[in-house]
Write a protein that binds this ligand. Structure first.
Ligand SMILES: NC(=O)c1ccc[n+]([C@@H]2O[C@H](COP(=O)([O-])OP(=O)(O)OC[C@H]3O[C@@H](n4cnc5c(N)ncnc54)[C@H](OP(=O)(O)O)[C@@H]3O)[C@@H](O)[C@H]2O)c1
Length: 333
């Protein structure tokens, strides 16, 4: 099979770097270009498989978009959607890692270019695989939503979540989730040996894509999402409290049945931890029956690497489907 050229917009960011590493180790793709904004002209060192690669990052404007069959846009929300339009105009497919084209658009009001469809497939293959393979643009899900939706979906689809209930999520992410741009609150001295919530009161940009996706699966309950900042480099652990319509005798069995044929979902009896998932394109998930409460309730636990299954790995999974390749090609498990 000939090697397929792909490009990365935003290669100097955390998600873009991870993408470059995955592409340099991919069995059927190679890097046609990698771009940066302020760091254009600099060299990016990435590890791809067993080797280290030095990649020259060009400015976005200098990228030969028409030399790629598919382009990943790992640009900030707001800036990304215009580049999706430019890539489509150049004749390539796009996986957009930003929230610009996800359901609810992350609350963005930035105009969508005329040549970009208003609604594009939401690239969470384990739940919505249909449509991804034939798409010219796919919206890659957010990191928190990937962990939360994979854990909740089997119970929502089975009608087991109380329709008038409140599903409450407390999730913690490593610092790379906030991107590589310098921010005072992310300085080492602010983050280390510390733990705090942010986006309290259902104010996080990821809420619209989660509520839209849960409604699509048949859910009518309320969702309360409270993210936390964890003083580690990478990884997300989501803890999800779910009021049920009835007691479920074997909740782990519900997850196992739903994901028996999914290569990137690990259902486990043990509680998942970040060390189980970092640098891997997996969601590791379990369910526990809650005791000593009046209403039947579950707690779901899901762990992912925010930069792999939560970003670059999932983007490559979508790209594999869009390019007609084996969905698992080039992805670490
Ligand atoms: N980090 C995660 O865990 C994660 C997970 C899921 C999805 N995402 C999404 O992936 C995208 C990239 O995230 P990230 O965390 O990698 O961000 P990041 O580290 O801040 O990187 C952003 C990239 O975009 C470039 N850039 C910054 N401002 C720009 C502008 N105004 N116009 C054009 N380019 C600009 C940067 O270039 P310079 O550095 O050269 O300026 C860099 O290459 C975002 O949309 C984010 O929401 C991130």
């Amino acid at each position: 099979m000939h090697s397929i050229p792909v490009g990365v917009l935003g290669a100097s960011g955390y998600a873009g770097r991870e993408l470059c590493g995955l592409i340099t180790a991919h069995p059927h793709c190679h890097l046609a270009f990698a771009t940066a904004n302020e760091r254009r002209g600099q060299t990016l060192r990435v590890r791809g498989g067993d080797r280290v690669h030095d990649i020259l990052m060009v400015g976005h404007e200098e990228a030969p978009l028409d030399a790629a069959a598919l382009v990943f846009s790992a640009l900030p929300h707001g800036a990304s959607v215009d580049w999706v339009g430019r890539v489509l105009a150049a004749g390539a497919k796009v996986v957009d890692l930003s929230s610009d084209l996800r359901p609810g658009r992350g609350g963005s009001t930035h105009p969508v270019p005329d040549n970009v469809p208003e609604q594009v497939p939401y690239g969470l293959p384990e739940l919505f695989r249909e449509g991804i393979g034939h798409a010219s643009v796919v919206a890659n899900p957010g990191c928190y939503p990937t962990s939360i939706l994979v854990a909740l979906a089997p119970f929502v689809k089975a009608g087991l979540v109380a329709p008038d209930g409140l599903v409450s999520v407390a999730a913690a992410s490593g610092v790379s989730g906030a991107g590589a741009s310098p921010k005072p609150e992310l300085l080492f001295a602010e983050v280390t040996e510390n733990f705090r919530a942010y986006g309290a009161g259902n104010a996080h940009r990821h809420l619209p894509e989660m509520t839209a996706s849960l409604q699509r699966l048949g859910g009518t309950f309320d969702l309360l999402f409270t993210p936390h900042l964890l003083p580690v480099d990478r990884g997300i652990l989501s803890t999800i409290t779910v009021p049920l319509t009835e007691a479920v005798a074997d909740p782990v069995g519900v997850l196992r049945a739903a994901y028996a044929h999914e290569p990137f979902v690990e259902v486990t009896d043990a509680l998942p931890a970040l060390a189980d998932v970092v640098h891997r394109n997996v969601v590791r998930v379990t369910a526990v029956t809650v005791r000593h409460v009046r209403r039947p309730t579950l707690t779901l636990f899901a762990a992912i690497d925010n930069l792999v299954k939560g970003a670059a790995g999932q983007a490559v999974q979508n790209a594999n489907l869009m390019l007609g390749l084996d969905e698992t090609a080039g992805l670490p498990r």
